[in-house]
Design a protein around this ligand. Sequence first.
Ligand SMILES: Cc1ncc(COP(=O)(O)O)c(C=O)c1O
Length: 477
Amino acid sequence: MQPRPLPSLPEARAEFIRAYPEFEATRPLDELRATDYARLDRGGDVFLDYTAGGVYADSQVRAHADLLRGGVFGNPHSTNRASLAMTELVERARARVLEFFRASPDEYVVCFTQNASGALRLVGEAYPFCPDGRYVLTFDNHNSVNGIREFARAKGARVTYAPVIPPDMRIDEDRLAACLEDAGTSSCNLLAYPAQSNFSGVQHSLDWIERAYDRGWDVLLDAAAFVPTNRLDLGRWHPDFVPISFYKMFGYPTGVGALIARRPALGKLHRPWFAGGTITVASVRGDRYYMQEGAAAFEDGTLDYLSLPAVEIGLRHIDGVGLDLIHTRVRCLTDWLLRALASLRHGNGEPVVHIYGPLDSTDRGGTVALNLYDSRGHFIDHRIVERRANDAGISLRTGCFCNPGGGEVALGLSAEELSSCFVRAPDRLALDEFRRCIDDKSTGAVRVSLGLVTTFADVHRFVEFAAGFADGDARET
Ligand SMILES: Cc1ncc(COP(=O)(O)O)c(C=O)c1O
C-alpha cells in the first residue's frame, strides 16, 4: 500500500478554510505578514520556533530606532534632564505592562528583569522557604522553575513533584490536590506550574491558582509560553508571581523580561543581598542598609533602560493587531496541524508521527512536540530530523526544550533508568554520554511552535516535510 498523497497547498488551504471558517477573520494577519514581516518570506524559509522566540515586525524596530535617534536619554538612576526623560519612558513601559495584563496597580507591581529566568530566580532566592514548608511543582516545568527546588531544599523545605499523565500530558489532578491538602500549618508553601507547557503545549487550568490560595499556598504561574498567544487577565486571575520574557511575545527587544508580582507576595520576599538601585541607604561604616519599596528593590543595578521603550512599542503592536485574533489564528492552525500530522501513515498503516500532548486544540496552545517513526516503529533520531529540516529550510527545535520532566514523561524514561546513568557520573555528564546511557530510547523530541504571523503555508510545509519520512528507514535517514 502506498502512503496517501498529500493534497496540494491550494487544495489543502481550501479544505482548511471550509473546516475553520473563523480563520477568515484573521486575514489581516496575512496582510501584516506580507508587509511588516515581509522578510520572513524573502528567503523561502519557514520559521516554526515561536516558543523559543517570537519574530519582530519591521515597524517595531523602526519606531524604537526613531525614538532613540530623536532624544537624549541618560541612566534613570540620575535626576538630570536626560535621566528624567528616560525615567518617564521606563515608567510608561511599566504602566503599559500592567494595563496589557489588566492588572490593577493597587494589586500588582512590575519588576523588570533580564528574562523570565531572571524573574524566577528573584522569587527562588528570596521566597521564605522553611523546614515545615513545601515547594510543589509539576513535572511539566521549564528548568528555571525546576531550579528553584535547590533554593527550597537549601532552606529545608520539602520538594514534591506533581506528575503529568501521558499521552495528554495533563496534570494528575488527584495527586496535585493531595499535595495541596498536605500543606500543614506553614505559611511558606509555594506551588509553581506553567500556564502553558513549553514542551507539549498543554494549558494547565488556571483554577489551580484559587484552589491553592484556598489552602493558604502562594502561587507562581510561569506564563512565559502562554502569553504570546493567549490573554492572561490579571483582573480575573490572581497568581502571586508571574514571570515572562517579552521577546517571546513580540520578538524585540531581547534581554528584557518581567516579574509581575502581587504586592503582598512581593512583601513576603527577602532578598539575599542588596545592590545599586535596590536600597534607599547603605552604609559602610555604619554597616546597615535599607531596601527600596516595591519594584525598585528587585531591579539590581542599571536596567537595560534603552530597550524598555521597545516593550511599550511591542505591547502597542500586539494591541493593534489584536491578541484575540492572534489566538484564534494559532488555534485554527494548530488544530489542523495536529490532525494532519496524526493522519500521516506509512504504507503498512503505521503512524509516521507520535505527538506528545493533546491531539486537538482544546486547552492547548500552538506548541507541538513529536517524534517521527519509521514503518517498523523505530524512532528517527531528532538530530537527523533537525538536519533534514535545516536542509528543507524549516527552523524548528529539537531536544527537551529545557523541560526535562515533560520529556521524561513523554518519552517514558523511568527514575531508575535515569538514576543508573547519574550514579555512574557523579560529577559531570555530557549530553552525548547521557544519550548513550539511555540507549535505545529517544532522549529528545522535535518541537514546532506557531505564533503571531504563522500562515497556513508554513504549517502545510511542515506536514509535507513530515510526510517525506513515510516509508523511510530510521537507520538510513
Ligand atoms: C515556560 C517557560 N518558562 C520559562 C522560560 C525561560 O525563559 P527565558 O529563557 O527567556 O528566561 C521559557 C523559555 O523557553 C519557557 O518556555
